[in-house]
Design a protein around this ligand. Structure first.
Ligand code: T1G
Length: 699
């Protein structure tokens, strides 16, 4: 039973009980209807209160039921609200903590609402590629006013109940920290107070007009144009709210329903619902129970005040944790501190940070040259030069100096955490925390689990990641972990496409049209082409069999590292394609024609996108088989939050599943015949081949 029923005096209290946030799943909807009908039939009951147990009134429709029969099964949420509106007795919603989506729609169907001022209310359906589907686009404009309601519906953002004043028929409690018990007592008293009031007020009967009607909605449509580029829902939110001002309530409800059902079937909504669940699933490590004890992190140390070290430090300062930066080179320390200060001052200038908060954060920051000064830190993160020898000397020092139980983390992006752990006598305390540059901005954090990494270390790092507002994904130890191991294959295909006749602009434009923030060549110029060059040199020694285009290396031999040298694949002084890079590409095409017999050809954008994205998918499938990632959703989270993969596609693995894995494998068979002797790579990973043959998708 997902709703409890109790009678207090003459008031029936129906309490939703579907942890963790009282999602309005089938059992909860049935429990609500049973309770409402029972109260309506009980002559001793004069009023009814609906509330939620635990930490929410309701987080809305149960997202776990989306795409299943249960979500459409009666009693539908629309039917529950109809029972409320047809009740012969007043129904009062007692709102606390969170009333979102269908939860707020349920409350708007009630005759009265009593709310703790701190209760967060929202109609966040647009963030799932939907619009509210249980009357929210019709009732909220009536309750709140058209403009305030449309802003909430299109943004999907939450506001505190107190910020929107008292909804009609709502009593806003004046206590800032109303406990659930106090709210319950207030709700009982309120319900008794309105028990005899007639007629019962219904939000649906309130007028809904906008004085400038057509002009306002045209303005609204222009305002949502930007966010509608890849998502149909924002513009349709405007249509649904406009319908509320145009005619009878019932007509508006029909329009809302039609739009909602259409959006439920869109790939964009499936992608966003997938990412909502994938983000939460990523924080769960299959063999680390959620109640694993965590180590207390009260103070953090960062080794190295370079770009990464400074950015990493800011994450913890922002979360209110004291940070001590250890840096041996005074100039580097000076530069690092200056960068931190500049970053905060920029936020103050943009009004994103108050001067006080800036000062508070800087007061938590200290520096030292001496390892003995950081020995009491609970977590130390090294962000020194990416060289195993340098890491070794740092970790030997940390092992000697740090207090027992301190977590020793490395920000390495490619080196072997198991190897680094051997530089200490406490491998169980060693873990990778791979931040992405700029570390204070990028949401992704790859948590690299060594063979010896203790489970409580992992549980602690995942919890601290949430505290510093990072999306943490656990990766096993391999070259490049998850993200960089996959991006290597993506970059290989980008190079081969040049050698087969594409230009850097064509490749960049094609994948940017697909939705990537930046194509591979523009990205290389931004990050520095020399970084990939150094990694390829190292790999050429370790994995000579790995074939890749030499064009990038030739560009680096010309010193064209990208923006940092004012030219790379593009000329940043002239702001156009770079003549030298273009000449190099043409020369390499000729070289490949003569040496490898590759005949340059015109390559369609579709093939460009498939070669780049399916390279990610195939390597991602191998990463799953190797146990480097535990879930395909984790791989999607890595690419969405760390590599600019377009959200409306849901991530590489989700996108492949949406296309159909059979079609992906078919395309890979065609690419295996490309002239780079790349057939071995395009052999579908066994997991991918198996799922494709079974007509299945990644989980
Ligand atoms: N259904 C099922 N489970 C949900 C859920 C939901 N709506 N919302 C959250 N959870 C789970 C989540 O998966 C996690 O589970 C736990 O709750 C804590 O979540 C008809 C159709 C409510 C503000 O979009 O914004 O109503 O990992 O880590 O930071 O028009 O969750 O612990 O097993 O996010 O305290 C609209 C989405 C649905 C709200 C709480 N509702 N949820 O935040 O915890 S569509 C939403 C949130 C709809 C109607 C339409 C947040 C939260 P686990 P959490 P939090």
């Amino acid at each position: 039973m997902s709703a409890d029923y109790q009678v207090h005096g003459s008031v029936a209290v129906i309490t939703m009980a579907n942890p963790p946030v009282n999602g309005l799943g089938l059992a909860t909807r049935q429990g609500l209807v049973d309770g409402l009908l029972r109260a309506d039939a009980d002559a001793a009951v004069s009023a009814i209160v609906i509330t939620g147990a635990g930490s929410a009134f309701s987080g809305g429709a149960d997202i776990n039921e989306f795409g299943t029969d249960k979500s459409a099964q009666e009693p539908h949420l629309l039917s529950v609200i109809a029972v409320i509106e047809n009740s012969s007795k007043p129904v009062v919603a007692a709102l606390h903590s969170v009333a979102m989506g269908g939860g707020l729609e349920l409350a708007l169907g009630c005759h009265y609402r009593i709310a703790a001022p701190s209760c967060r209310i929202a109609l966040p359906e647009v963030k799932l590629g939907l619009i509210p589907g249980a009357g929210g686009t019709q009732r909220l404009p009536r309750a709140l006013g058209v403009e305030a309601a449309l802003n909430l519906i299109v943004s999907g953002e939450s506001v505190n109940s107190e910020m929107i004043g008292a909804l009609p028929g709502q009593k806003l409690l004046d206590k800032l920290s109303t406990s659930a018990q106090a709210l319950a007592a207030e709700a009982l008293a309120f319900a008794q107070g309105v028990a005899a009031a007639r007629p019962l007020p219904l939000v649906r009967n309130l007028p809904c007009r906008h004085p400038e009607g057509q002009a306002y909605f045209q303005f609204a449509r222009n305002m949502v144009k930007g966010m509608s580029r890849n998502f149909p829902a924002p513009a349709l939110c405007v249509d649904a709210v406009e319908a509320a001002t145009r005619g009878p309530f019932a007509d508006g409800m029909q329009i809302e329903r039609a739009i909602f059902m259409k959006l439920m079937q869109t790939p964009e909504s499936r992608a966003l619902r997938h990412l909502f669940m994938a983000e939460r699933a990523a924080s769960k490590i299959p063999d680390v129970p959620s109640d694993t004890p965590r180590r207390d992190i009260r103070a953090v140390a960062v080794i190295g005040a370079g770009t990464m070290g400074g950015g990493i430090a800011m994450n913890f300062l922002n979360a209110g944790l004291p940070v001590k930066i250890l840096e041996m080179k005074p100039q580097a320390l000076e530069r690092g501190l200056a960068t931190i200060g500049k970053n905060y001052e920029a936020q103050v200038k943009k009004g994103k940070l108050t001067q006080d908060k800036y000062q508070q954060r800087m007061a938590l920051l200290s520096t030292t040259l001496d390892y003995a000064d950081i020995r009491d830190a609970d977590l130390v993160i090294e962000a020194v030069f990416e060289d195993l020898g340098v890491k070794e000397s740092v970790f030997r020092q940390l092992d000697a100096q740090m207090k027992p139980g301190a977590i020793l983390a490395s920000n390495t992006s490619t080196l072997d955490i198991d190897k680094i752990a051997t530089f200490t006598g406490r491998p169980q305390d060693v873990v990778g925390m791979h931040f992405f540059s700029p570390a204070n901005v990028m949401k992704l954090l790859e948590v690299v689990r060594g063979k010896a990494t203790a489970k409580d270390v992992l549980a602690t790092v995942m919890a601290i990641a949430k505290k510093i507002r990072k999306t943490a994904v656990v990766a096993g130890v391999c070259d490049g972990f998850i993200g960089n191991r996959m991006i290597e294959q993506y970059s290989r295909q980008a190079g081969f496409l040049l050698d087969e006749g594409c230009t850097p602009e064509q490749v960049d434009k094609a994948i940017e049209k697909f939705g990537f923030a930046m194509g591979p060549f523009r990205m290389g110029d931004l990050a520095g082409n020399d970084i990939g060059w150094a990694i390829r040199k190292r790999r050429a020694v370790e994995r000579a069999e790995m074939k890749y285009s030499r064009t990038s290396d030739k560009l680096c031999e010309l010193g064209r590292f990208g923006q940092k040298t004012a030219a790379g694949w593009y000329d940043y002084q002239a702001g156009k394609r770079d003549a030298i890079a273009s000449a190099l590409v043409h020369r390499m095409i000729e070289e490949h024609r003569q040496q490898l017999g590759i005949t340059p050809r015109k390559i369609a954008d579709e093939e460009i996108v498939q070669r780049l994205v399916f390279a990610l998918v195939n390597e991602g499938a191998r990463i799953l088989e190797d146990g480097i990632a535990s879930k395909s959703g984790d791989i999607d989270m890595v690419y969405i939050t760390g590599y600019g993969f377009p959200m409306h596609r849901g991530g590489p693995m989700r996108y492949a599943s949406e296309l159909g894995l059979f079609n992906v494998v078919q395309a890979m068979g065609r690419f295996a015949r490309n002239p780079h002797d790349d057939a071995a790579f395009w052999q579908p990973a066994p997991l991918l081949a198996r799922l494709a043959a079974q007509g299945k998708t990644f989980n």
